[in-house]
Design a protein around this ligand. Structure first.
Ligand code: NCD
Length: 353
């Protein structure tokens, strides 16, 4: 079934063919996210961003993705400034917004809330994170990043080793990425977390039932050797009623010393971001920022392109993108930061591979 007109609530809606279609569409949009071409295929369309939980990159990348395809965005953030604070139900809000916008992107603190919202309307709804539930577009951008990094290394996702580190219990990006990777074959999952933050049993069972190899560790010294990908995550402090676990310390921290000691030369380091850089958080260390395998900003850049592709597919314009391309007239820097490769040379290299 085509994605046109569909809600995107869970990775469970997708199969390998759909993933391939999303990747192919994303690749075609690279010239737009790299600012070589403009595209106004969504001129006249409106997206509504409803973010009832904290967000920087997800909200802004959905916004800029829609705008880079020529559409307009209206948005509301938090409960305080929305009518939900006056007692309005999610269902009423859904019906109202569907009268204004052609697609709705929503983040909410309650698991299942975005699905409930989507049931009320025929305008496509995209889940941008529902509590500890899912974050499907993050998994898609993680997957696109892995594909791209692996194509440079001539590696395959089937049979790979991936370490997932941190808050595996509450991390919705972990839950969606596990579901997505379960569509591949014989992956070795190294789950590294303290007892209280382990991946839910149902997810472990799901992976095993799909023929994957599941290993659990409570220390990176055991869990990191031999992995192709490290996927680090933040402790989701906002999801704890009490203090987060005391046991989360140095043995879970991904930093330069740990990578040098336990990882392989080719191991790619990912993180959905934000990383918690405060002392005592033991999140992914900034001392890796100049490490060539640290792909966290390649991930955020890919997020924009993947979200453009998702809009194009859901709104049924993916087969006509290039007809709406025109050269960019405005100033574009040569590279996005001191640590980045040149924006456009990189693109040429990627298209040859
Ligand atoms: C994540 C989220 O909101 O689930 N952030 C994101 O969207 N990139 C991860 C997090 O908040 O830790």
């Amino acid at each position: 079934m085509s994605l046109m007109g569909q809600h995107l609530i869970s990775i469970e809606q997708l199969d390998r063919d759909k993933l391939a279609e999303i990747v192919a569409t994303t690749r075609r949009l690279e010239p737009v996210s790299k600012r070589l071409q403009r595209c106004d295929v969504l001129k006249g369309a409106i997206s509504a961003n409803l973010f009832f939980e904290a967000s920087t990159r997800t909200r802004m990348s959905f916004h800029t993705a829609f705008a880079r395809l020529g559409g307009n965005v209206c948005d509301t953030t938090g409960f305080t400034f929305s009518s939900i604070s006056k007692g309005e139900s999610l269902e009423d809000t859904a019906r109202v917004i569907s009268g204004y916008a052609d697609v709705i992107v929503m983040r909410h603190p309650d698991e299942g809330s975005v699905a409930r919202f989507a049931e009320r309307v025929n305008v496509p709804v995209i889940n941008a994170g529902d509590g500890i539930g899912e974050h499907p577009t993050q998994a898609l951008l993680d997957y696109y990043t892995i594909e791209k990094e692996f194509s440079r290394q001539h590696r395959n996702i089937d049979g790979m080793h991936i370490a997932m580190v941190g808050d595996l219990k509450h991390g919705r990006t972990i839950h969606s990425l596990c579901k997505l990777l379960s569509l591949f074959d014989a992956i070795h999952f190294h789950f590294i977390a303290p007892e209280s933050l382990r991946l839910p049993r149902a997810m472990l069972d799901h992976l095993r039932a799909h023929g994957h190899h599941v290993h659990e560790y409570d220390d990176i010294a055991q869990g990191l050797p031999g992995v192709d990908i490290i996927y680090a995550t933040r402790i989701q402090k906002e999801r704890f009623s009490e203090e987060p676990p005391a046991g989360y310390a140095e043995q879970f921290r991904i930093n330069r010393a740990a990578v040098a000691r336990y990882a392989e030369d080719h191991t790619i380091i990912l993180h959905p971001l934000p990383r918690d850089s405060r002392p005592g958080a033991f999140d992914l260390s900034t001392d890796l920022d100049e490490h060539p395998n640290l792909a966290i900003f390649r991930q955020t850049d890919n997020g924009l392109t993947v979200r453009m592709a998702i809009f194009a597919l859901i709104l049924g314009v993916a087969d006509r993108l290039e007809e709406y391309f025109s050269p960019v007239q405005h100033y574009v820097p040569d590279r996005l930061s001191r640590l980045d490769p040149p924006l456009h040379i990189d693109l040429e290299k990627e298209f040859k591979s």
